[in-house]
Design a protein around this ligand. Structure first.
Ligand SMILES: [Mg+2]
Length: 223
């Protein structure tokens, strides 16, 4: 039997600092930079006369920093560990763009905790060729007019043909529903938990090490 964990990134593997990647807004001749949180609540989001620019989502350094500086969501990482320790492969499925940058970041930084409690490099368990950032510009034609949740569902359907058991981990209800609707017997849908409390950091150890002051270092312990 072969299995794979297909995991979302934001609010699933990590909670990114909302200011790390900004969205530029152009309204009434004025330019403002919004955090991802501000953008999510922006009242002009559906106003066609207001322009939004997502260029920071393609800036390698910003993309990289937004992931490696993010707060690891340990509850979800623990779920992933459990499957990886059973021999499952790992892949990411995100609504972000900049797929190649994210693949590099994951290959460099993603770790898991083995059964003896030691952190291991993800190594060959990471299947980068099956990892997708569905808003990457290279997909703009094939996914034209398709909503993010349906893009994700299409990817899952394709991967499900290659594995006996697929675990889809995501925090967004729309994604979970879209994948459930595929009704594939070999796909299990798991809702990711958004919050990671300091308690969980403690439980997991390492994270609260006093010497760990650099946020980048924290990600080395992401799992
Ligand atoms: Mg998410």
């Amino acid at each position: 039997m072969n299995g794979i964990v297909i995991s979302d990134i934001d609010d699933t593997l990590i909670k990114a600092d909302p200011g790390d990647i900004g969205i530029w807004k152009y309204k009434d001749g004025k330019e403002t930079r919004l955090s991802t949180e501000e953008f999510a609540k922006d009242p002009d989001k559906d106003d066609p006369t207001v322009k939004f620019d997502y260029r920071e989502f393609n800036e390698p350094k910003k993309v990289r920093d937004s992931i490696i500086n993010g707060t690891p969501l340990l509850k979800n990482l623990k779920i992933i560990d459990r499957y990886l320790n059973k021999g499952y492969d790992f892949t990411f499925l995100t609504a972000r763009g900049a797929e190649d940058i994210i693949k590099d970041v994951m290959a460099d930084f993603m770790k898991y905790r083995d059964e003896t409690g030691h952190l291991q490099q993800i190594g060959a368990k990471f299947k980068d060729t099956l990892s997708y950032a569905v808003n990457d510009e290279k997909y703009c034609e094939i996914f034209d007019g398709i909503k993010d949740f349906d893009r994700k569902a299409k990817v899952i359907k394709m991967i499900a043909e290659m594995y006996d058991d697929c675990i889809f981990l995501d925090d967004d209800t729309r994604n979970l529903v879209a994948v459930k609707r595929l009704n594939l017997p070999n796909v299990k849908v798991i809702r990711a938990m958004k919050e990671s409390t300091s308690e969980h950091h403690n439980e997991r150890g390492h994270h609260v090490d006093q010497n760990v002051s650099s946020r980048a270092h924290k990600l080395h312990q992401i799992q």
